[in-house]
Design a protein around this ligand. Structure first.
Ligand code: SAM
Length: 161
């Protein structure tokens, strides 16, 4: 059962303004990732349209949507969770959402456009910590963390490099 297009047209037309970017959630869409989150964070306004049942009529795709996004190669019952994933990933990139700009920069440099470049080092007992972490040299520590993140990504998700 496809969603009837008329109520979707009416809903979008009543909400969208000139600069609103209308995005359909669909397993057949472009794969959502950090780079797309950053791109969406620049948009003046987003309208995410979540489907249900068999999804959308092609008229919705053709005439209403600026973009179609998928959050992964699997099929969910409806688009509510994909919407929440996208809202969360985009919102945290907006100014003032994370506590400090420093935290944002740190996250961004730890991830680039990928998504698992976290670094080891948290929770290591002091006597097992690499010497550099105990050195107090922030530049060296940052370089060490960046290199560890690169190695971890190479090992676990080489496709992201
Ligand atoms: N064959 C349909 C299609 O390709 O759109 C499947 C529809 S799915 C059962 C119902 C709705 O859930 C979709 O319209 C979409 O909004 C949402 N959905 C399901 N899986 C999704 C995914 N991986 N990414 C984004 N949205 C998804």
């Amino acid at each position: 059962m496809l969603l009837k297009p008329e109520p979707i047209f009416e809903a979008v037309e009543s909400l969208a303004r000139e600069n609103t970017r209308v995005i359909l959630l669909s397993p057949a869409g472009r794969m959502f990732n950090q780079a797309i989150a950053a791109e969406l964070a620049q948009a003046p306004e987003l309208l995410l349209v979540s489907g249900h049942y068999e999804g959308f009529d092609d008229r919705v795709r053709e005439h209403l949507a600026d973009d179609e996004l998928s959050i992964g190669d699997y099929v969910l019952t409806n688009g509510a969770l994909p919407v929440m994933v996208i809202v969360d990933a985009v919102t945290r990139l907006l100014p003032g959402v994370l506590v400090t700009m420093k935290a944002r920069r740190k996250n961004r440099s730890a991830m680039g456009c990928s998504n698992i470049r976290s670094t080891p080092g948290g929770g290591i007992p002091r006597d097992e910590s690499p010497e550099v972490l105990l050195s107090g040299n922030h530049g060296e520590i940052a370089r060490w963390r960046a290199e560890q993140a690169r190695l971890r990504t190479k090992e676990r998700r080489p496709d992201l490099l």
